[in-house]
Design a protein around this ligand. Structure first.
Ligand code: CP
Ligand code: NVA
Length: 328
């Protein structure tokens, strides 16, 4: 494993390996990252990703070095002297001191440039299109509830955003049936829909769009939602929010699902908007398990990327998902 920008870089076996090693490392403080420096670059706020991952790296004996995003990322400012130096120079410098960079950025293209310009692995801590570390923690949560050979029906209600995309990818690569219910105005593009259908065919899962959330939840084992307004699109609030009214996960909607159905949310949640208190505080809500699992999967991912003997022992060499069906 040399980087992690998207879930689509991984195949079934590789995802299963990460999840199995996560379980094995959950309580471990083996010094697998002894002497390793990971640069953290966050262009947007973070609680779970930042603290959970730093805790994981600390537990395995590594160090986190926080890097001011303004020092590293030109943010597309082409005007001379509004940024200190080029991303290329900055990444080549960071590559002299750090063993990897964990970056949360506005644009996925920034991560690709960081990977291209530096000589160290880049791990995506969330961008506009993907949230792979969240998706891994979410699947670990679902495995914890239903077992590792489960084929739970996962239903995402709401916005076709970064979290929904990575969740859909990972669930389909593991052969799950996935349902999506959200307003057509903020739904998947045709290219994304084709990609999901191809993943479903390749891995034996299923991807279904269901406009009515009540119909969608009826046969769901997991109901997942996220904020309707993601970081960086706050300016769209007035325009966007009115389309999402009927997609709130509230008591009425949740009680339409089977009694064993779990509720998931990556957090931060906007209580009273995309989810109500009675659902997020319900005994079937797994949101804090998900948060705990953010730390646990980070241990496996960073050890697989940064500990050569661990990687050699555990990382399957098999080919990743065909690039021809990977969308960014
Ligand atoms: N779920 C998640 O990524 O949370 P943070 O934005 O707090 O990191
Ligand atoms: N979709 C949200 C996820 C936050 C973890 C955002 O991008 O802001």
């Amino acid at each position: 494993m040399n980087q992690l920008l998207t879930i689509g870089e991984l195949n079934t076996k590789q995802i299963q390996t990460i999840l199995t090693l996560s379980e094995e490392l959950s309580e471990s403080n083996e010094p697998l990252l002894h002497g390793v420096n990971v640069g953290f670059v966050f262009e947007k706020p973070s609680l779970r990703t930042k603290v959970g991952t730093e805790a994981a790296i600390n537990q395995l004996g590594g160090n986190v070095i926080e890097i001011d995003p303004d020092l590293l990322l030109a943010n597309g400012k082409a005007v001379p002297f509004t940024c200190r130096e080029s991303l290329k120079d900055a990444m080549m410098n960071v590559s002299q001191w750090c063993d990897a960079v964990f970056a949360r950025v506005y644009s996925h293209a920034t991560l690709e440039k960081m990977q291209q310009y530096g000589t160290i692995p880049v791990i995506n801590a969330l961008c506009n299109k993907h949230h792979p570390m969240q998706a891994l923690a979410d699947m670990l949560t679902i495995y914890g509830k239903f077992g590792s050979d489960n084929k739970a029906v996962i239903t995402f209600i709401g916005d076709a955003n970064n979290v929904a995309f990575s969740l859909t990818e990972i669930a389909l690569i593991l052969g799950h049936p996935v349902q999506f219910s959200g307003p057509t105005e903020y739904s998947w593009t045709n290219v994304q829909l084709q990609y999901f259908q191809l993943l479903a065919i390749q891995y034996g899962g299923e991807f279904i769009m269901i406009e009515d959330p009540y119909e969608a939840v009826r046969s769901s084992d997991v109901i997942y939602t996220d904020t309707f307004i993601s970081m960086g699109e706050e300016y769209l609030y007035e325009e966007k929010i009115k389309h999402f009214e009927s997609y709130q996960v509230n008591g009425k909607l949740f009680s339409t699902a089977p009694k064993t159905t779990g509720f998931m949310h990556c957090l931060p949640a906007h209580r009273g908007i995309e989810v109500t208190d009675e659902v997020i505080d319900h005994p079937n809500s797994w949101v804090y398990n998900q948060a705990k699992n953010r730390m646990i999967v980070s241990k496996a991912v960073f050890a697989l990327i940064l500990n050569p003997s661990f990687k050699q022992e555990f990382w399957p060499e098999s080919m990743p998902v065909s690039e021809s069906i990977t969308v960014q």
